[in-house]
Ligand binder design. Structure first.
Ligand code: ADP
Ligand code: MG
Length: 172
């Protein structure tokens, strides 16, 4: 987890939450789905931290009904979700863990996903290619504690701040 100079961030910009159970993770995912409808999210954390689980609940909160596979091997799993309001939401769930060379990003059409201003792009293991990715809207860093609980740090980027997003609404 990165170290921040405590007082330099407000509750609007930075939240550190403890998820005691998967139900808490589901609740956070629902709130994130309501908070952010497009843009990209960097989802960092070790293997097993809960990145794919959070994304699965997030997709379900957006109305996705089927399975959510980890994109570890495919690098990207696209979702086209028919929402209750009749709008189709495009979500790209990516996992860059296996990226050997950032060139692979263009092979899987990454730029096109990121250029789609209405799409939501959730990126696991952004550290594998962070110099090649544009600044996301949100940084999320998940860490597993000794027990089943997870510590989650959520931070707005300048992009997120410029959109007027406010993380102080997140409640667990
Ligand atoms: P990652 O994508 O970060 O490698 P996964 O989401 O695939 O991690 O796996 C996380 C595992 O931890 C899953 O088996 C999930 O059921 C379990 N788990 C236990 N508690 C939680 C929690 N609070 N949030 C997310 N996952 C949890
Ligand atoms: Mg994963």
């Amino acid at each position: 987890m990165s170290n921040h100079n405590d007082t330099s961030f407000t509750d609007k910009q930075l939240r550190i939450l403890t998820l005691y159970s998967e139900a808490d993770t589901e609740s956070l995912a629902e709130q994130l789905a309501a908070l952010l409808s497009s843009g990209s999210v960097w989802l960092a954390g070790d293997l097993g931290a809960g990145k794919t689980t959070l994304t699965r609940y997030w997709l379900q909160a957006l109305g996705h009904k089927g399975a959510v596979k980890s994109p570890t091997y495919t690098l990207v799993e696209p979702y086209s979700i028919e929402q209750d309001n009749g709008v189709t939401k495009l979500v790209y769930h990516t996992d860059l863990y296996r990226i050997q060379d950032p060139e692979e990003l263009s092979l899987i059409g990454f730029d096109e996903y990121l250029d789609d201003k209405d799409a939501l792009v959730i990126i696991e293991w952004p550290s594998r290619a962070d110099n090649y990715l544009p600044t996301p809207t949100l940084f999320i860093d998940m860490n597993q504690s000794v027990d089943e609980s997870r510590q989650v740090e959520i931070r707005l980027s300048k992009v997120g701040e410029a959109q007027g997003l406010d993380l102080s609404v997140l409640k667990i």
